[in-house]
Design a protein around this ligand. Sequence first.
Ligand SMILES: NC(=O)c1ccc[n+]([C@@H]2O[C@H](COP(=O)([O-])OP(=O)(O)OC[C@H]3O[C@@H](n4cnc5c(N)ncnc54)[C@H](OP(=O)(O)O)[C@@H]3O)[C@@H](O)[C@H]2O)c1
Length: 418
Amino acid sequence: MDRDSATAVRAFRPLPAPVSAPGADGFPPFRWSVLAAFPADSLAAALRHAHRPDGEPAIAVVLGATHRPDDDALLLEGAARATATGRRLVLLHRGAGGGSLLRAAALESPGLRVTVLQTAGPVDGTRIAHLVRTARPVDELHVAADGLVTRDDWRPVTLPVRPGPAAARPGGTVLVTGGLGGLGLRAAGVLSRVAGCRPVLLDVTAPAELNRRPAVLLERLRAAGTLVLTADLTDPRAVAAALERVPGPVRAVVHCAGLVAGGPVARTCPEDLARLRAAKVDGLRHVLDVLDPAELRQLVAFGSITARVPHRQMGGYGLANELLRHETLRRAAALPHCATVVAEWSVWSGAGQAHEMRAVDQARRMGMAPVALVPGMTALLCLLRWPPGPAHAASVILTGPGDRTFPPPADCARNSPT
Ligand SMILES: NC(=O)c1ccc[n+]([C@@H]2O[C@H](COP(=O)([O-])OP(=O)(O)OC[C@H]3O[C@@H](n4cnc5c(N)ncnc54)[C@H](OP(=O)(O)O)[C@@H]3O)[C@@H](O)[C@H]2O)c1
């Protein structure tokens, strides 16, 4: 593994780009149907105030600052009603998210028009109507407290130079959740062999359930002293009991646990969404609740590009990864010495679920450029060198060179002004 292989992965970070906002006059009003997490919410009130009986019928889902379990039903109901009636669908939120799910629904249902607005302050109904009329479908718009409107552009970034073995050794244990999965097992191998770390694997799968090839990889790791813990990350008590067996402080977490599953948004129910995010979001929370925040030096959460760019059949998975990003960055604020990165990977080739499910060729045909195993693992080592401290906590999108789907093309048609 060398530095060249890291350059075979392209990395991007979001860069807020101002959106020009012409005067709000002259934009036809809406006749809103509002589905609100909190009926008294000022955004919901602004929509009701701007409601015009002769306006274009539209559905708004209004969510708060963090995603609540009940928000799943609101998002799915909004998508279903907008699809059934041909109405425009608008998601307004203050940080709860949900755009990944609704934009996947729009891909799956021709004619469904979706706009996503995140706002940090009050916005009046006329302005909302104006932003909805002028937004590009590809964007999630952010309205700052001072009224500045931005969308995410994508800036290529160079990953930190990967460390030599001595520098990489965190001086303690690296916990790999989902450590018996396709990528977790390979990550543990690289952390042990190349970086000289001491991985501990935590997975709901018991070692005896592995098939032949991963079982051989696991045996090698065990021969080198790797500890394997079996626990369901969605069960906080099981996580606490398992982590009690770890000798010494955990200095790094590579969070790979998660369910990888697809299906159309129209056939998804709230329980499916909860199941898809349980190991990723609740699991991360349960692990961090047990570990000593003062000891943690590195946290890399395995997220997905589907949280950024919608993919057919992957709306629920995209939402799980969007919420993983929110949770990871929120928790980073309480990890004073930790380098925290959400790695939002494209599809991997060579190992992992997409590889096992033979989905990599299909991804290539769609224009995606898979992350190959060696460059991807080299990139992981580079991410473990991310600058420490909450101020540097970040998400990074990682894909193979020549990806035609990311950054998403900017020339997408505007929503129709009529
Ligand atoms: N493969 C890719 O192309 C790709 C691309 C982007 C992002 N990612 C992300 O990378 C991570 C690893 O992916 P992968 O392809 O290696 O998937 P994987 O082979 O399915 O590995 C995930 C592991 O997590 C385990 N797990 C699931 N639920 C758990 C729970 N409640 N408690 C503890 N462990 C649990 C799984 O066990 P079971 O097998 O028993 O469920 C599995 O061993 C995932 O978070 C995935 O979303 C993967």
